[in-house]
Design a protein around this ligand. Structure first.
Ligand code: NAP
Length: 279
């Protein structure tokens, strides 16, 4: 039985839908991405976003600053983009160099253009279940679960990792689907007690082989958000070979959640365009 959740295929389906929508509605959404410094991983991520935008018909504006730029100058650029009606989405590529305050910078983005869903306004609206732009990786996880018809109603879902980017927004999205949610982190005692009882286990810790077969329930659904580099190749947080034998469904790394994150960003840019243009 093939129990692999194919994020590449699922993201292609999502991108095709977005391409169709952009074509049919004759809109041209535009995403601006600000990158500061020359972090190699960030360069790859920004390049991937640019390619993905262009494939579906979203305009991409890349703004590259050297790490010698001041925080005030970055903020001034964000304010300029906020006021530019031709820009629908603004994203600041993280991480920023150490001398920048990411929280301050991100909260300069107009919430209706905050396609990463990280401003205080969007985080608050998510909790209150108001219309908002939501963080892309949690959106991608939910999309993948939905595409594979995983019913969350009343189910026990355990998240490992409580970051603002992944774990915390996921709590809200899962609650909206009536899941019973538990969340573990580096200070959790007896983490296995929670993971072992989960119908759905979502892991976003950044630790290879954190989840082993003794920690999961037979027939559970396993979503591995982790991306780790080991011996020059990528792996997730789950010991895939052994855990996949117990899971009913499982995401691979690479090729699972990663592609869904980029597709969700595209979805958010279109959503931002619609909010701004009252579509
Ligand atoms: P993060 O901000 O470093 O948060 C990691 C979380 O995991 C923290 O809450 C931490 O607990 C918890 N944790 C760390 N070690 C643990 C352990 N041994 N046991 C239990 N919990 C532990 O990371 P992040 O940004 O959420 O990213 C997590 C992983 O997902 C990384 O590998 C990242 O590369 C990957 N990621 C993938 C995508 C994608 O598109 N696929 C997107 C974003 C992130 P404390 O809070 O107690 O420190």
């Amino acid at each position: 039985m093939n129990n692999i959740m194919d994020g590449v295929l699922a993201s292609q389906k999502l991108r095709s839908k977005i391409t169709e929508e952009i074509k049919n509605t004759k809109i041209t959404p535009t995403l601006a991405v600000i990158k500061v410094g020359d972090n190699k991983a960030s360069e790859v991520y920004v390049r991937n976003k640019k390619r993905a935008c262009e494939e579906v018909g979203i305009n991409f504006v890349g703004i590259d600053f050297p790490d010698t730029i001041s925080q005030d100058a970055v903020i001034a650029e964000i304010r300029r983009l906020n006021n530019d009606i031709s820009i629908n989405g603004i994203l600041v590529q993280l991480p920023l160099p150490n001398n920048f305050d990411a929280g301050v910078i991100i909260n300069e983005i107009d919430p209706v253009k905050d396609v990463d869903g990280l401003t205080y306004t969007n985080v608050g609206n998510l909790v209150l279940e108001n219309e908002c732009l939501t963080s892309c990786t949690p959106m991608g996880v939910m999309e993948l679960l939905s595409m594979y018809n995983v019913d969350l109603d009343g189910k026990d879902v355990c998240i490992v990792g409580r970051s603002n980017l992944v774990g915390k927004p996921l709590i809200q999205l899962l609650l909206q689907q009536n899941a019973t949610v538990s969340i573990c982190h580096s200070r959790s005692l007896n983490m296995k007690d929670y993971t072992k009882h989960a119908d759905v286990l979502i892991v976003a810790a950044g630790h290879p082989n954190l989840i082993t077969k003794d920690m999961v329930k037979d027939g559970s659904v396993i979503i591995d958000v982790g991306i780790n580099k080991e011996n020059d190749s990528l792996c997730g947080d789950v010991s895939f070979d052994e855990v996949s034998k117990k899971a009913s469904l499982i995401t691979p790394v690479p090729g699972g959640v990663g592609p869904m994150t980029v597709a969700s960003l595209l979805k958010n840019v279109v959503k931002a365009y619609k909010i701004q243009n009252r579509f």
